[in-house]
Design a protein around this ligand. Structure first.
Ligand code: S3P
Length: 452
């Protein structure tokens, strides 16, 4: 079995891109590995006693940055290449400290989870990222970690952040102010190395991959409903995890792109195989069904305690809907592509409770509004809402600013596959952060996205 280096990031498609109408899409493709689960698989393995194996890891920029950061902290991370695909081996143990900065690129999940895990592991480090990550709020993670006793410095609640802690954290009892799985996970990971039992009140449920995976790695934690739709999570301190083998399911947030492409392109019939169907991730599919989408979920099976299915999407007549605010955490990354589907629908789609979109890789409310308006759609927005007045199609003929945001880039390329005139985007580089083989997958179902 050969060992591969992963310090070099995979080949990226740089420069501008163009998508144009070119007939029906068809065929079957495999969804890339889930990004959230891939980060967690690496980090939990790195904290565990023994060697863990990870199959199906998403080999995208964001996840490879986490792998490199762990290696810099002294964790044994190795990629084996075999005929039936790559397997990653992680030998966990104590983490060392670093004086040079750990560079997490564009990855909010990588940096926030690593800050929590490193604080709990008693490692000192400096965390940094690209221009987009440097603009994102870190106070939401720094605040609870400081309450636990971590010594962390940041000029303005943003990167770079220096963690001076040498361990010695204490448990906390916190209520999450934002429905953020990254914040929740940072606290859970820090709690593993704290003294005492940490209790987190999560009033609005958000993705629970960390909780599920902690249990698989042998951690002692419990979840209890709070009686009002949320829950309490309790996790014991001073715990060591035990190595575990993880198979990463396909990413529903990435599957969303070929699925919506099929729904809006006349005559299409596309299947995306092996997609994670965790109810805290599948809000987009519920919404699309309410809009009239012809979606079926076949071959449902269980992988590592998560349900996986093959999603078949056929071209559909869509109607606008009101998306309930409570659904936002279960589809938070999917609003840009939902907005594209909404432009191809008849009537108005209203998305409420989406203020968090303003602090993602870009201000996604502003990016979607500007992009769709340039393509001829009628869009309006407020601090935490977005409205798309669907006209059952898009004019296109615009060049979209992607603002260092992979999901804005992919959403507008999908929009261009069915618009009257082609749609250009200014930069395809960031697509590699979450879906490095996006262009190949789209080509496989008949969509030829080209350099512009
Ligand atoms: C993620 C949580 C979400 C999501 C992000 C991945 C995770 O962010 O937008 O892409 O893996 O925990 P927030 O926790 O900030 O909502």
């Amino acid at each position: 079995m050969a060992q591969a280096s992963f310090d070099e990031l995979p080949k990226r498609t740089k420069g501008a891109g163009r998508a144009a109408r070119d007939g029906a899409l068809s065929g079957g493709v495999r969804a890339p590995g889930d990004k959230s689960i891939s980060h967690r698989a690496l980090i939990l393995s790195a904290l565990a006693e023994g060697e863990s194996r990870i199959a199906g890891l998403l080999e995208a920029d964001d996840v490879l940055r986490t792998a490199s950061a762990l290696r810099a902290l002294g964790v044994g991370v190795q990629k084996d290449v075999a005929a039936d695909g790559a397997a990653w081996r992680v030998r966990g143990g104590s983490w060392g400290s670093l004086s040079r900065a750990l560079y997490l690129g564009n990855s909010g999940t990588g940096v926030r989870l690593l800050m929590g895990a490193a604080a709990g592991a008693g490692a000192a480090a400096v965390f940094d990222g690209d221009i987009s990550l440097r603009a994102r709020p870190m106070g939401r993670v720094l605040e609870p970690l400081r309450m636990m006793g971590a010594s962390m410095e940041s000029r303005d609640g943003r990167l770079p952040v220096s963690l001076m802690s040498e361990g010695g954290l204490s448990a906390v009892d916190v209520k999450l102010a934002t429905a953020s799985a990254q914040v929740k996970s940072a606290i859970l990971l820090a709690a593993l190395g704290a003294t005492g039992k940490t209790r987190i009140h999560e009033p609005v449920l958000c993705r629970d991959h960390t909780e599920r995976m902690l249990a698989a790695f042998g951690a002692s934690l419990s979840m209890t409903p709070d009686g009002e739709g949320g829950r309490f999570i309790e996790i014991a301190g001073d715990q060591r995890l035990t190595a575990c083998n993880v198979t990463v399911p396909g990413d529903p947030s990435s599957a969303a792109f070929p699925v919506v492409a099929a729904l809006i392109t006349p005559g299409s019939d596309v299947t995306v195989r092996g997609v994670l169907l965790n109810p805290l991730r599948s809000g987009l599919f519920d919404t699309l069904r309410e809009m009239g989408a012809d979606l079926s979920f076949d071959n449902k099976r269980e992988t590592n305690g998560e349900t996986v299915a093959d999603i078949r999407a056929r071209h559909s007549v869509l109607n606008g809907v009101a998306v309930p605010a409570e659904r936002a955490p279960a589809m938070i990354d999917e609003y840009p592509i939902l907005a594209i589907a909404a432009a191809y629908a008849h009537g108005e789609t209203v998305m409420r409770g989406v203020g968090e979109l303003r602090v993602k890789e870009s201000d996604r409310i502003a990016a979607v509004e500007a992009g769709l308006t340039a393509c001829g759609a009628e869009v309006s927005s407020g601090p935490d809402w977005l409205k798309v007045h669907g006209a059952a199609g898009l004019q296109g003929g615009a060049r979209i600013k992607t603002r260092h945001d992979h999901r804005i880039a992919m959403s507008f390329l999908i929009a261009g596959l069915a618009s009257e005139k082609p749609i250009d985007i200014d930069d395809m580089t960031m697509i590699a952060t979450s879906f490095p083989n996006f262009l190949d997958v789209m080509r496989e179902i008949g969509a030829d996205i080209i350099d512009a």
